[in-house]
Design a protein around this ligand. Structure first.
Ligand SMILES: [Mg+2]
Length: 356
């Protein structure tokens, strides 16, 4: 018995940019990494704006206020107005403003961006645990043990605890480093309970706010993380482009769970101007075959093979076919694991190239 279906990775009519009016862009690992622009990002985004598209910058990183982020983007030649930046600190502050009287003192476990967001909605950030009526925790590179201890005491005392996001890592020029999720986890383990509310990606609040603010009809989420950007896109019912300039590589993409799979994959933001292919899948007993233009990949109990190795115009067609084949096999109860996954990742990685 065999059947052919289209799963995940969607074909576009024309370019990806042709199909969307607003781009909801993640920042770290998509537009910049630390202080530096991701190669080709600024040029691609200027092209999108010239073509009449609006840009929204959607970030879980609450350590800097939107004006600072927008100024940084403009320094990198990315067209950005202050109000185009929406972060999880704003979402957290909005949430607290909806449940506390104006002027309420909130224990601030975070940095400038979170402080400004609280002040903007009429709340009073404090470092005095004894006067606080709630705790808000966001990423800061300057958090110390004393801050985490104060947060723990407040959380143990039963104060409402809002986390801006649960990203496990933040990208840095030297590689991934501990993110807010791990710092929240330290407090949770010490206090014996988790946060009451999480505001950032993959929760949909941030996307909903951005869609509303930018008046989007057909928004495209662009991100480098499966467990925040792409899962959030699915949660919010939006198409999602994964770019390979951040924390997600071939291995992570192949191992993606159903709820975090992207609808499109590109090397970097230049792929906004590409026509994206779909992937066709055929399942026969314990073998899955997937084809993407001239690329063909099979996954069976012996592992992953590439009978058709045409990488296509952007060099990613083998990766696309492999991802969908591995996902379909996993969904059928034959996940590629261990040495088989490692060998498959090596085979697919060898196929990657981008002309120019
Ligand atoms: Mg990112």
């Amino acid at each position: 018995m065999s059947n052919t279906i289209e799963i995940s990775l969607r074909p576009t009519d024309g370019t990806l940019l042709d199909q969307h009016d607003v781009l909801l862009l993640d920042l770290d690992g998509v537009v910049y990494v630390g202080p530096d622009a991701v190669p080709h990002a600024a040029e691609a985004l200027r092209g999108a704006v010239r073509a009449g598209r609006r840009l929204g910058f959607i970030t879980n990183n609450a350590s800097r206020p939107p004006e600072t982020v927008a100024a940084h983007l403009r320094e990198l030649d990315v067209p950005a107005a202050d109000e185009d930046v929406v972060n999880s600190a704003q979402a957290a502050a909005d949430h607290l403003a909806g449940r506390l009287p104006a002027g309420s003192p909130v224990l601030l476990v975070g940095t400038t961006g979170l402080r400004v967001a609280l002040e903007d909605v009429g709340l009073r950030p404090t470092h005095e645990r004894h006067e606080a009526v709630a705790v808000v925790q966001g990423f800061s590179p300057d958090l110390g043990w004393r801050d985490l201890a104060e947060a723990t005491h407040a959380v143990r005392a039963g104060l409402p605890w809002i986390a801006t996001n649960l990203d496990a890592t933040v990208p840095t020029p030297g590689g991934p480093a501990p993110g807010n999720g791990l710092l929240v986890d330290l407090v949770a383990r010490a206090a014996g309970r988790g946060p009451d509310v999480v505001c950032g990606k993959p929760e949909r609040a941030l996307f909903d706010a951005a869609v509303q603010r930018l008046g989007a009809q057909r928004a495209l989420v662009v991100g480098d993380r499966l467990d925040t950007d792409l899962q959030g896109a699915r949660t919010a019912g939006l198409a999602g482009l994964l770019v390979l300039t951040g924390v997600t590589g071939v291995r992570e993409l192949l191992a993606a769970a159903p709820h975090e799979r992207p609808t499109h994959v590109g090397h970097d933001l230049r792929s906004l101007a590409d026509v994206h292919p779909g992937v066709a899948v055929v399942r026969e007993q314990d073998t899955v075959s997937a084809s993407c233009r001239g690329a063909e990949v099979t996954v069976d109990p012996h592992g992953l093979r590439v009978p058709g190795g045409e990488a296509g115009p952007d060099g990613l067609d083998v990766l696309r076919a492999a991802a969908v084949a591995v996902w379909a096999a996993a969904d059928d109860g034959h996940a590629l694991t261990g040495d088989d996954l490692t060998a498959g990742v090596r085979t697919v990685t060898d196929s990657l190239r981008r002309p120019g």
